[in-house]
Design a protein around this ligand. Structure first.
Ligand code: HEM
Length: 448
């Protein structure tokens, strides 16, 4: 507890400095300071402890530079608290001192990032359900503020329904739909959008507050700006995706472009990974381990599997976007063949990768299986090494989840993509990614 008294946030002057104490330390700890010595001499000390900030301006007379400042407490209370080296130049000008963020503030910022990540997880789940219930095309325009209010009166509902009747989805697919059914798909999409707005508020308001308070480190600032931009981009991309489903379709099935769906899902996954990664690094105390050559290799391998999970999920978005889970509902064979014969039906050939239902499903199966095999091999290999307990747990969770995820995928396929199972499979992919990110943070090299 006493070691929480840190040298952080020290403002050096010629004869005065301010010692900032992490909020985890209480006034009592400051009062325990029995002696403050400066350059070997005892100095006059005035300790003021503001209740909130717990900072103590300390005045040293006869300041010489460079000077070692020591704070001492009686031995029975834990001994010396901190040593601060005074670093003024000979002219007495303060040298820049890196600002240290109090430990409690780090934890608060970390928890906020993790909550934001959780909300992005929720958005992906709601988005998946919106797509699977074919609700995403029920709102035909997008307004940041005006769009928050759902229709209230019968007349308003009639008006919105009339607008929906202009869309290809109604014309080609939903002509039989009643206004009651329309209300359901409308509310699904409306809720998804409102959730997105809530994430915006839950991210930007605290971000501004923490930034002002100086709780965001210099290294964190560009990252935070990137997450904020990604969040805004995510909203715009969502609308860009919906718009593609409101245009007249080439064939008779109105659906959003699979490219835009993959971009929307991929950028949500990126945002999620970023928030989770940074949040975990803030919140979890680092566990010590020796960075041997084998550990370095393991860490690289773990990063590789994280990328594999990401790309498998992205390929899954193409399966979902094309409804390619509805061809070849058998496993492991494709019908009665190991390799389907319509893999390269389209010209040019590259188009098959993204537009041919069979090829898209084939790629996703291969990638999914490779990912699971890679994760399980990583787990087997790691048994020979001495991992820190949390890293070992993260890896075991990752391995277990890879088996669950592949089973969910196979189930989704064999049962002709029921909504509940497809949605669980989608959430499984984010859970798998979360374990991969967790493992990667646990294997990150400890700062010297
Ligand atoms: C590590 C393994 C896997 C991961 C990370 C993964 C991830 C995903 C993701 C993110 C989607 C998109 C869901 C959506 O947006 O609604 C998806 C869809 C799908 N995946 Fe996987 N998948 C994996 C393995 C498999 C396997 C092995 C199979 C089948 C053999 C499979 C079958 C499917 C099917 C049928 C869909 C389409 C579901 C729909 O239309 O909503 N997946 N997958």
């Amino acid at each position: 507890m006493l070691s929480r008294l840190t040298a952080g946030g020290v403002e050096f002057g010629r004869s005065c400095f301010r010692l900032c104490v992490s909020p985890g330390a209480s006034t009592r700890h400051l009062q325990q300071i029995s002696k403050l010595s400066c350059g070997g001499r005892g100095v006059g000390v005035t300790l003021h402890t503001g209740a909130a900030l717990l900072s103590a301006p300390v005045r040293c007379r006869g300041w010489k530079s460079p000077t070692l400042v020591q704070l001492a407490v009686p031995k029975q209370n834990g001994g010396r608290l901190a040593q601060l080296r005074q670093t003024t130049t000979s002219a007495g000008v303060a040298a820049p001192v890196p600002q240290q963020i109090p430990a409690r503030a780090e934890k608060i910022v970390g928890s906020w990032l993790l909550v934001s990540a959780g909300m992005v997880f929720g958005a992906v789940a709601i988005g998946g359900l919106t797509r699977l219930t074919e609700s995403g095309l029920s709102m035909v325009d997008w307004h940041l503020i005006k769009g928050m209010k759902p229709p209230r009166t019968q007349q308003e509902w009639e008006d919105y329904f009339k607008m929906y009747k202009e869309t290809p989805q109604w014309k080609y697919q939903n002509r039989e739909m009643t206004i009651q059914e329309f209300k359901f798909i409308f509310y699904m999409e409306w809720f998804h959008r409102m959730w997105g707005r809530t994430i915006g508020l839950a991210f930007f308001l605290p971000a501004a507050y923490f930034w002002r308070k100086g709780w965001i480190s210099k290294a964190m600032k560009p990252r935070l700006a990137a997450y904020g931009s990604l969040l805004v981009f995510q909203g715009l991309l969502g609308w860009f995706m919906v718009k593609s489903g409101l245009e007249e379709p080439g064939d008779d099935i109105p659906r959003v472009s699979q490219y835009r769906l993959a971009a929307h899902l991929g950028s949500a996954f990126l945002l999620y990974v970023g928030l989770l990664w940074t949040g975990l690094l803030h919140v979890l105390p680092r566990q010590k381990f020796e960075m041997t050559t084998q550990m370095r290799q393991l860490s690289k391998y773990a990063h590789g599997t994280m990328s594999l999970v990401f790309f498998t999920a992205l390929s899954g978005a193409f399966v979902a976007g094309l409804d390619a889970g509805l061809v070849y509902n058998s496993f492991p064979k494709f019908g009665d063949r190991w390799i389907p014969d319509d893999l390269f039906n389209f010209d040019p050939k590259w188009k098959n990768m993204f537009e041919n239902h069979t090829t898209v499903q084939f790629n996703h199966r291969i990638l999914g299986t490779t990912t699971a095999v890679a994760i399980l091999s990583l787990w087997v290999w790691s048994r020979r090494l001495r991992l820190a307990p949390r890293a070992s747990l993260a890896l075991s969770c990752l391995a277990g989840m890879s088996v669950v995820q592949i089973s969910l995928g196979i189930g989704t396929l064999l049962l002709y993509v029921p909504t509940w199972l497809a949605s669980t499979h989608q959430m499984g992919s984010l859970t798998l990614l979360s374990f991969a990110v967790w493992l990667a943070t646990e294997l990150k090299k400890l700062p010297k």
